[in-house]
Design a protein around this ligand. Structure first.
Ligand SMILES: [Zn+2]
Length: 499
């Protein structure tokens, strides 16, 4: 049997009727319904499987570009290494399906500064996808709030929330399952409520209700027979047998508990771990038909050698670096293209001042976030578009000291000072922020442009951050000089006072 004609019809259907729903489930998935492709699959399943013979054990490789949104100001991005870890986690959950996701070579990550996309309703989500969706690959968007959900699959893209993309989440695998056509096992029950101590009705929302005896399993629920009935459309916890705590009753009054191990259900993430063989068949066929343009690789690419630590070049051996202009350099690792750089206060790299992933480079320059006059530690982890798994071998740790080479006196070597807001309105306090490496006394004074002293105060500075208030109530509009002074030296800052 040839399959060309149905695919044409399917292409038209996909353009005219996106699967879309206003149904929102906090901490859940915003996808419901079934896709036109899946309807076609259910109708032709027997013929399709007969043609394929079921002996297909090849690996299918799915290129992916991860697009991470931030605010208009470029803040609140999901950390790039966490996105790599989330994809690696998804690959473990897809291993039995022999489907592996990898980052699109040359275009692994994009970053979008747009608050409307970052924290969106359904309209903002549609705009995000339509504006940024890239051809011939899985599009994964990571945002702060995907319309009140943990994630959703819609308009041929998946959208994930930052907070549901951690190492122990199954959101990515769940939404990728939807993307490859799978419905929820509780299909038909989305948004329904029912007293589960009663037998379920024969139909819910116009859909047949799946029975425990399997008599209607290909026509009801998720249309698979190796996923048993499940009517639970809110998030639920599992018992130690990997089943729902809630006991339900099918239309024949047969009691059952839902299977918590299914990634496509709504059990809590820690309960879920697998796709069933029939779900896997559908996803693989979806990849080979609706998403055939994804299948560009027939062979795997090169992995990074497992015991290949990153060799640090500079700074090492307690070398001094300028605290607000530090450049880190390391030697390239064969087959690696992404490197995650971490800088921290202790050898454990905690607390962490820098956690940044760079692409196609072996240097990183850091201009803010490093404390001055500190002994700090750093390390680098290698990844590639293909190899997303963390190296288990320990990485080399570099040690360096931060210093202010720009200091013109001993006070500037141990104290950093800045004023905000600047300019300041008359009457609003200006704050002098002083970061000190030692406890010390210092005098703060304010003089006007003609050298007249307008304010004077003694302060005891403590190690760390000190906030010193400078009153402006008695000042006129104009330019002033704020001076911090003691026996080590003098730091002068300009302050503009406005009406
Ligand atoms: Zn879902």
């Amino acid at each position: 049997m040839r399959l060309t004609l149905p695919f044409l019809c399917l292409a038209l259907l996909l353009i005219s009727k996106p699967v879309y729903s206003q149904h929102t489930n906090p901490d859940g998935c915003g996808t419901d319904g079934i896709t036109p492709w899946f309807k076609w699959y259910v109708q032709h399943r027997d013929a399709l499987l007969a043609e394929r013979g079921g002996g297909d054990t090849t690996w299918l490789y799915v290129p992916t570009t991860v697009q991470i949104t931030g605010t208009d100001q470029g803040k609140e991005y999901f950390n790039t290494e966490l996105a790599i870890n989330a994809m690696d986690n998804m690959n473990r959950q897809f291993r039995d399906a022999r489907i592996r996701f990898y980052l699109q070579p040359g275009d692994p990550f994009r970053y979008l500064n747009n608050t409307y996309w970052h924290d969106h309703n359904w309209g903002g989500g549609a705009d995000l996808i339509e504006t940024n969706r890239l051809p011939d690959r899985l599009n994964a968007f990571v945002v702060k709030d995907p319309a009140g959900n943990c994630g959703y699959s819609w308009m041929d893209a998946i959208v994930l929330s930052k907070s549901c993309s951690g190492a122990y989440n199954s959101t990515w695998a769940h939404e990728a399952g939807h993307h490859l056509s799978l419905p929820h096992p509780f299909y038909g029950w989305e948004g329904e409520s029912w007293n589960f101590s009663e037998p379920a009705p024969n139909f819910v929302g116009g859909n047949q209700v799946e029975k425990m005896d399997g008599s209607n399993c290909y026509n009801s629920g998720d249309f698979f027979c190796d996923t048993r009935p499940d009517y639970l459309s809110d998030r639920w916890n599992c018992n130690q047998n990997g089943e729902s705590i809630v006991l339900q009753h099918d239309p024949n009054n047969v009691p059952f508990r839902s299977d918590a191990t299914l990634l496509m259900g709504y059990s809590l993430d820690a309960c879920a771990s697998r796709f069933t063989p029939e779900q896997i068949q559908a996803m693989r066929l979806n990849l080979q038909t609706q998403h055939a343009e994804y299948l560009q690789l027939s062979d795997p690419l090169q992995e990074i050698a497992e015991d290949e630590p990153v060799e640090l070049v500079s700074p090492i051996d307690t070398q001094f670096v300028q605290f607000d202009n530090a450049t880190f350099t390391w030697n390239p690792v064969p087959n690696a293209s992404l490197y995650t750089v971490e800088v921290g206060l202790f050898e454990s790299i905690l607390p962490k001042f820098v956690w940044q992933t760079v692409y196609n480079t072996t240097t990183l320059t850091v201009t803010n976030g490093l404390p001055n006059n500190k002994l700090l530690y750093w390390r680098v982890r290698p990844y590639s578009e293909w190899d997303l798994s963390k190296q288990l071998a320990p990485q080399q740790v570099g040690v360096f000291k931060t210093y202010n080479f720009a200091a013109t006196n001993d006070l500037e070597k141990v104290v950093l000072a800045s004023i905000s807001p600047n300019p300041v309105s008359i009457g609003a306090p200006a704050m002098l922020q002083v970061t000190a490496d030692d406890n010390m006394d210092a005098v703060v004074s304010v003089t006007d442009a003609s050298g007249r002293r307008c304010y004077f105060e003694n302060h005891l500075l403590h190690v760390g951050e000190n906030l010193l208030e400078i009153p402006t109530l008695n000042l006129n509009a104009g330019i002033y000089f704020v001076t911090l002074q003691n026996e080590l030296g003098t730091i002068i800052k300009r302050l503009a006072v406005t009406q």
